[in-house]
Design a protein around this ligand. Structure first.
Ligand SMILES: Cc1cc2nc3c(=O)[nH]c(=O)nc-3n(C[C@H](O)[C@H](O)[C@H](O)COP(=O)(O)OP(=O)(O)OC[C@H]3O[C@@H](n4cnc5c(N)ncnc54)[C@H](O)[C@@H]3O)c2cc1C
Length: 505
């Protein structure tokens, strides 16, 4: 049995080899080798066709940030993000562009449950917890009779007025009651943001629902319309809502980095950017690499680090952007992945379950990895032989403000998670292996006012020459949205370099 634990570091991977590019006219340094930085570098490198010199500087020992893989009982699993939204094109397109087309897969099972009281109940259809089918909601038996009876009255109630932004919790409570917020909205927001409904912004966390509410008094009708739209964006293929990658979404950053190196870019790990200075129309970048210090120069910078690190690097460059970035709260969590002998686990239904915070459990969510992803099920079978398969369950622990939950020792976390899984699903034996990955400052919290804050940050950054910023703090925390923000940043660099080239010739 092995237990691996680390702060934001799963299985260490070999640093990516770098090659020195031919001296191009303009140098672009991307700070941060998470998926935002790598994607931004990819767009710049591919669309400038080698005319820009691209260097990615990553502080950690591996690229990928919150995309990483680990092993449990010899089976590879994602220890960070495990699914990419495929109703928008960015993530799946990037995976295809770097040679992973044949490895893009979709979940085998759909539908999660809620762990309420003493049993699992099928989750009714919702948009971030707002029901889209009242009959299905009643059939799911997740709300009390009183709440259920009053819900249809909401269709006829006048619009709720609010000034500026409002929290999801306050708004949904004002329309549909506290019971529904606690039971349905909290677990979904906990799953995506590891955050709480009363703090998270309606406009920033459920933008499509927010848009439907313009000119629509009823939240239920707005949710129904949002669901009919399917959350699809232009360019997205129809089909499943989520995609994974055979071998783990954690392979995506490795593939992007390898492709960058093939194109002549430099990808460096263990390169911590300490400060940024604007000197004579150029950027001077102070980098610490082991016990060595180094100064790099570049014409363009793309800042793709989490908000507090971005705040520190912008302190002197843009105090106002630094201030706003520093005020974005981050939630932390732990992913506990357990492998059980298949015979110890009763048949599982759906992809997993969510747990509302008011249930007093350690678990926030559990995902049946071997049910959900065929590639994990195959690995689990081949590791132990067809007749001796494993069931792998990935549990997550910790929401904003629940520091005690994810910071407990590995053995406490594993034993609590196992006890609750045994209680919820009826597991009859101990796990044969487990792995724990802690993610400190994992997910930016889009608190009320976040959209205005992002506008202020972007406008301050736009006032600084040759600087772009991207990452999970801006246009959505999901992998696809983060890649979208990287595309926007790359466009800024490419349009300036186009102008610079036009001036030079
Ligand atoms: C446990 C977990 C599960 C998730 N599950 C999903 C999911 O299933 N689906 C989904 O769509 N999203 C999911 N997410 C969200 C998604 O993974 C992240 O929002 C996204 O990967 C963030 O990418 P990023 O590049 O913006 O930031 P990061 O991944 O944080 O990358 C930033 C990088 O910058 C580096 N850095 C920081 N400071 C410096 C410096 N000074 N110099 C150089 N480098 C620096 C860091 O080391 C890091 O590698 C999950 C997140 C977590 C934590």
């Amino acid at each position: 049995m092995t237990v691996s634990a680390s702060d934001s570091e799963a299985t260490p991977m070999r640093p990516v080899l770098s090659v020195v590019p031919a001296a191009p006219e303009r140098r672009v340094v991307v700070i941060g080798g998470g998926i935002a930085g790598l994607a931004a570098a990819h767009f710049v490198a591919t669309e400038s066709r080698g005319t820009l010199g691209v260097t990615v500087l990553e502080a950690g020992p591996r690229v990928g940030g919150k995309l990483a893989t680990a092993e449990v009982a010899g089976v590879t699993v994602d220890s960070g993000a495990e699914a990419m939204q495929s109703t928008r094109p960015e993530a799946v397109s990037l995976a295809r562009a770097v040679g992973l087309e044949r490895d893009i897969v979709h979940p085998e099972v759909f539908g999660a449950s809620l762990w309420l009281g003493d049993r699992l109940r099928r989750m009714p259809p919702t948009v971030m917890g707002v029901p889209t089918d009242l009959r299905a909601l009643a059939a799911a038996q997740v709300l009390g009779a009183r709440s259920l009876l009053t819900l249809p009255l909401e269709y006829a109630r006048p619009a709720t007025r609010f000034d500026g932004d409002v929290s999801v919790g306050a708004f949904v409570e004002s329309r549909l009651g506290r019971d529904l917020v606690e039971t349905l909205v909290e677990p979904l927001l906990g799953g995506v943001y590891a955050g709480r409904a009363d703090a998270l912004s309606l406009e920033a966390t459920v933008p499509m629902l927010f848009r439907e509410l313009r000119g629509e008094s009823s939240l239920l009708r707005a949710a129904e319309r949002t669901a009919r739209g399917g959350g699809r964006r232009a360019g997205a293929r129809r089909g499943p809502i989520f995609a994974g990658i055979r071998g783990g979404v954690g392979r995506l950053p490795q593939a992007v980095a390898a492709d960058l190196v093939d194109r002549g870019a430099v990808v460096r790990t263990d390169a911590v950017v300490r400060s940024l200075h604007r000197v004579d129309d150029r950027w001077r970048i102070i980098v610490a690499s082991g016990d060595q210090g180094e100064v790099l120069e570049a014409e363009e910078i793309i800042l793709a680090v989490p908000p507090h690190q971005a705040s520190a690097l912008l302190t002197h460059v843009s105090p106002s952007a630094a201030n706003d970035l520093g005020l974005i709260d981050m939630s932390s969590m732990a992913i506990v992945t357990l492998a059980y002998p298949a015979e110890a686990v009763p048949p599982l239904s759906g992809s997993g379950f969510l747990v509302p915070p008011n249930q007093g459990r350690t678990l926030k969510a559990a995902n049946y990895a071997t049910s959900k992803w065929d590639w994990i099920a195959r690995e689990a079978r081949t590791r132990r032989g067809r007749d001796d398969a494993l069931v792998v369950i990935r549990a997550s622990v910790g929401r904003l403000g629940e520091e005690d939950a994810w910071q407990r020792s590995d053995s406490d976390l594993v034993s609590d998670v196992h006890a609750e899984l045994a209680d919820a699903i009826g597991i009859r034996d101990l796990p044969v292996d487990r792995t724990v990955t802690r993610w400190r400052d994992a997910i930016p919290q889009y608190a009320t006012g976040h959209v205005r804050r992002v506008e202020r940050i972007r406008s301050a950054v736009a006032g600084i020459p040759d600087l772009e910023i991207c990452g999970a703090a801006f246009d959505g925390v999901g992998v696809a949205a983060v890649i979208g923000s990287a595309r926007t940043a790359a466009r800024g660099v490419l349009s300036r370099s186009g102008r610079a080239a036009a001036v030079a010739h």
